[in-house]
Design a protein around this ligand. Structure first.
Ligand code: ADP
Ligand code: MG
Length: 259
């Protein structure tokens, strides 16, 4: 890029995001930006508001204040004003979420789980959606499970279907909420490998995870949330090895030495 060219606008800009449940202020004022192709990792204690941030980005939660802007303002919402339903749905369309507990539809096969969104919501042609879904399932080693039901799969397999389901929506932003925290330890690696490949392919991702070795490999930036604010942020190699805030140090220490 020549010095005269303006830097490209971030894919995602979040400013002053706040959310209370009753008198519990879960998010106080959250600010961050994320450029296309970058990976942001959120860490923080249970109850610090990580899931609420992801759900707000995905239009599942309505913040009380703040703004979210996607794709240089193609979708821009000021939550301090009444939000039209159409805008909230537009925000939702830009991202896809991978959940802690997979959240697959139990009565649908693997292939149906993956193609439901593209066919029913996005109105894509069934043949195209199925071909793409199968190619994605093959890539994560689940081509032979297309007709299986979720209960027939291990947690690691279910979560790989969850990831394929999100990718099949072709969102601009992939959101992951502690995607490996429900898995038996020996199943974690396959899921992280898939996520690492997506990061290498250039997907823009926001990931809540406490897999620090993985986070260090994929994250461009790490945010440490506590008490509804970003206590510290930085590149993983700096934040994980030389945190400046006492709360960050304590949290990382507890992760590394839980007892
Ligand atoms: P984290 O993902 O960091 O553990 P969450 O964003 O899930 O944190 O939750 C932050 C706080 O908000 C928690 O204390 C949680 O109990 C509360 N909370 C989340 N969702 C709701 C809700 N729908 N109603 C009431 N309280 C909620
Ligand atoms: Mg959570």
């Amino acid at each position: 890029m020549s010095p005269t060219e303006p830097a490209s606008a971030p894919l995602l800009e979040v400013s002053g995001l706040a959310k209370s449940f009753g008198d519990h202020e879960v998010l106080r004022s959250i600010d961050f930006t994320l450029h296309a192709g970058k990976v942001l990792v959120l860490i923080g204690p249970s109850g610090s508001g990580k899931t609420t941030v992801l759900r707000s980005l995905n239009g599942l939660e309505q913040p009380d204040a703040g703004t979210i802007s996607v794709a240089g303002g193609e979708v821009e919402i000021d939550f301090g004003l009444p939000v039209p339903v159409g805008k909230r749905l537009a925000l939702r369309d830009r991202s896809a979420m991978v959940f802690q507990h997979y959240n697959l539809f139990p009565h649908l096969t693997v292939l149906q789980n993956v193609t439901e969104g593209p066919i029913v919501v996005q109105k894509r042609a069934r043949a195209d959606a199925e071909a793409e879904a199968l190619a994605l399932l093959e890539r994560v080693g689940l081509g032979d499970k297309r007709d299986a039901y979720p209960f027939e799969l291990s947690g690691g397999q279910q979560q790989r279907v969850g990831i394929v389901r999100a990718v099949a929506l072709r969102p601009q932003l992939l959101l992951f909420d502690e995607p490996t925290s429900s898995l038996d330890p020996e199943l974690v690696g396959d899921v992280l490998t898939v996520m690492k490949e997506l990061a290498d392919e250039g997907w823009t991702m926001v990931i809540v995870t406490h897999e620090l070795v993985f986070a260090r490999q994929v994250a461009d930036e790490v945010l440490f949330l506590d008490g509804g604010v970003i206590v510290e942020r930085g590149a993983p190699e700096r934040l994980f090895t030389a945190p400046t805030q006492e709360r960050t140090k304590q949290f990382l220490n507890r992760l590394l030495f839980p007892f």
